[in-house]
Design a protein around this ligand. Structure first.
Ligand SMILES: Nc1ncnc2c1ncn2[C@@H]1O[C@H](COP(=O)(O)OP(=O)(O)OP(=O)(O)O)[C@@H](O)[C@H]1O
Length: 671
């Protein structure tokens, strides 16, 4: 008999646990049967070879989605419901739906509407739940449970299992938080597909986790629609992507694109003065690009002469001018070109008809592709690539001035001009900021295909032009925008979320805040928060769920190498991952000084998994380690204009302990 039918009558904890284990075993067996059934299905039924391959791929995906990961529990919660409806009185909430051979649900997916109460119900609003049970696990084994009656009023109960989960040492990539999503996080996760949500949150409040879980929720709830249009996660760099890469697959979602802004806009990396990148990132350049593109259209001075056999058909120059004028600004540049050819061909056809001929559509297509029409189109409405337009804009001061009008000052235009223009657009070296400009131009030429939903992490760091590039990818969909204004480290970092939402094209997006920190111990967070008045004076000091007494150690290091080795050895004697975060310029020296200890250096592209990592300060964003050792804060601050914000990021990566080593004086805010 399934455990859930026995459980309500059992009061002895050991018996209860045994019954729940039985339910777990039954669920595992049922999942195995579901998997075997899926495996037994054949793609032979499909009519042709292609359909067969597609069906087989779908069946393989289904089998993969039904895998039972022995290290993760099939369910983590249970609700005893106090309502008589079509659903079972007791439901088990887990990572995926499992049913028995008579289609009775043994485990219900955490994303199903009925599971919502597991995250949201409270004694003041029990949501028809009499009892919430949380399970404790070790590996895949059920080891404990905790009951919370919800129908008797009173204050919400403190959960020991929740605390243990939050306190669990980190190792390896980021884990899902599906068993312990908090009510305010759940609100965001379950917000509707058509809503764009922007989450401001202090370090470690779970923004990334919430964004990933929202993606999983939306894929479950709108499976068909999003399977067609797609969901994309955009993170700050590849090291971050590799850190978060396991979360969605663990939730059964394997078909989500996870990428960086460079992954979308191209890996352009020509070095550039930040002052130039700042002008290129400003939204004021968007109308400049639009003008620069359309300025390539030349006023027609000639008509078309089309010859067929002995017949000649003429379209007058003023007619061509009228066609061009009517198309200008009413279509994108690329389709406009094609339309011009068709409209000219149509005028030729009218001439043919006037002479008693009866040409059909094929004749119109042939005329549109004929040499005289093609030549005129090329002359009047030339084929262009974004690179060609940008190359001209950055090499030709007069062209730039004409395109810039009053949108850019003379000084800004001077910044944009290349000191040594490349000979052609083909040999030009493009910067990261140019990537967003090319994308903008690309979209003015041909429409960018939109996605169903976009999750943008660390959005505070993106320029207006990068945000516009992302926004156009979800213009018919929606976005989840995540970030922290205090962690903005680029010269163009956002000062307000309204600004970010406007550039993305979601002016009416809702801004919400997460305030409780799950990562950084209170003592460490309070220390880092001393920088807040300098980096984001309008933000309230963050709060931590984790007391972490004794987690902070700030040490003068007269002999840096010895102090570092000692701090690392101390961390190695404890459980968990270790991140040594250092000024970028010191990476090689620090790695050298740790040469006797087995370690790796994190690089932007690395998928390094190692217990002891040396991390350049500029790569630390979004990452976390049990023990963090920060080397020379003053150098981190001095290395870049928003160095204090960088230091704030760096000081908030620790889960268990933070050791700060300094030879130089600490920044004044930390003294
Ligand atoms: N509800 C939760 N239950 C358990 N752990 C959680 C919960 N929410 C967040 N966490 C954990 O807290 C840590 C920080 O989460 P996350 O990286 O998503 O925060 P963040 O707000 O994106 O931080 P940052 O701004 O520093 O990038 C992660 O280890 C995450 O798994």
């Amino acid at each position: 008999m399934p455990a859930h039918q026995l459980a309500p009558d059992i009061t002895d904890p050991a018996e209860t646990l045994a019954a729940e284990r039985e339910h777990l075993a039954a669920s595992r067996a049922a999942l195995r049967a579901m998997r075997e059934h899926a495996r037994s299905l054949s793609s032979d039924a499909a009519g042709d070879w292609v359909s067969q391959q597609i069906l087989q791929a779908l069946l393989d995906q289904r089998v993969a989605a039904l895998a039972d990961h022995s290290g993760t529990p099939l369910f983590f919660g249970r609700l005893d419901r106090a309502v008589d409806d079509d659903l079972p009185g007791t439901i088990y909430v887990g990572r995926r739906h499992v049913h028995d051979d008579r289609s009775r649900p043994l485990v219900i997916d955490w994303r199903a509407p009925v599971s919502r109460a597991f995250y949201q119900a409270s004694p003041s609003d029990p949501m028809d739940v009499a009892l919430r049970r949380r399970f404790g696990y070790h590996g895949g084994d059920l080891t404990a449970y905790e009951d919370e009656p919800l129908d008797q009023g009173g204050a919400p109960q403190h959960s020991r299992l929740l605390t243990e989960e939050i306190e669990r040492p980190r190792s390896g990539p980021m884990r899902d938080i599906v068993a312990t999503i908090q009510p305010d996080q759940d609100e965001i996760v379950r917000s509707e597909l058509d809503r764009t949500v922007c989450v401001q949150g202090a370090p470690g409040t779970g923004k990334t986790a919430v964004g990933l879980h929202r993606a999983a929720y939306l894929l479950f709830t709108h499976r068909e629609k999003l399977a067609r249009s797609g969901v994309m996660i955009v993170g700050p760099n590849r090291a971050f992507l590799s850190y978060i890469s396991s979360v969605l697959p663990a939730l059964g979602e394997v078909k989500v694109d996870q990428t960086t802004v460079a992954g979308i806009l191209g890996d352009h990396s020509a070095p550039e003065d930040p002052a130039v990148s700042t002008v290129k990132g400003d939204a004021r350049i968007a109308p400049v690009l639009r003008r620069a593109l359309w300025m390539h259209i030349v006023k027609p001075t000639e008509g078309v002469l089309f010859t067929k056999g002995v017949n000649r058909y003429r379209v007058a120059d003023h007619e061509v001018r009228e066609v061009v004028a009517s198309l200008r600004g009413t279509t994108r540049y690329g389709p406009g070109r094609a339309a011009l050819a068709q409209r000219l061909a149509h005028l030729v056809l009218v001439r043919m008809e006037q002479r008693g001929e009866s040409p059909d559509d094929r004749v119109q297509d042939a005329v549109a592709r004929s040499k005289p029409v093609k030549q005129l189109v090329e002359q009047v409405w030339p084929k262009l690539t974004p690179q060609q337009v940008l190359h001209r804009l950055f090499s030709d001061p007069e062209f730039l001035a004409a395109a810039a009008k009053d949108d850019l000052t003379a000084a800004e235009q001077a910044l944009l001009l290349w000191a040594k223009p490349a000979k052609s657009h083909r040999s030009a070296k493009w910067s990261a900021a140019d990537g967003a400009l090319m994308d903008e131009l690309g979209d003015l030429i041909e429409r960018t295909a939109p996605l169903g939903h976009l999750v943008v992490d660390e959005a505070q760091d993106l320029s207006a032009m990068q945000l516009r590039a992302l926004g156009r990818r979800c213009r018919t969909g929606s976005a989840t925008v995540l970030g922290d204004l205090a962690q903005g480290t680029t010269p163009w970092s956002a000062r307000s979320w309204d600004e970010v939402l406007t550039h993305l094209g979601f002016e009416d997006g809702a801004v919400t805040e997460l305030t409780l920190g799950f990562r950084v111990p209170r003592e460490v967070l309070d220390y880092a928060a001393r920088l807040l008045p300098a980096v984001a004076p309008d933000l309230a000091a963050p709060q931590s769920l984790r007391p972490g007494v004794g987690s902070l150690s700030v040490r003068p290091a007269p002999d840096p190498a010895t102090s570092l080795t000692q701090a690392v050895r101390e961390a190695l004697s404890r459980e968990g991952s270790i991140g040594v975060i250092v000024p970028d310029a010191s990476v090689a020296a620090v790695s050298e000084s740790l040469s006797r200890l087995d370690h790796r250096v994190l690089s932007p592209d690395s998928v390094e998994e190692h217990r002891l990592l040396v991390i350049p300060a500029t790569l630390a964003k979004g990452l976390e380690y049990d023990h963090v050792i920060v080397v020379e804060p003053a150098d981190i601050v001095d290395a870049e204009p928003r160095g204090l914000a960088r230091l704030y990021v760096v000081l908030t990566r620790a889960v268990t302990s933070l050791t700060v080593l300094h030879t130089r004086e600490l920044p004044a805010q930390l003294c």
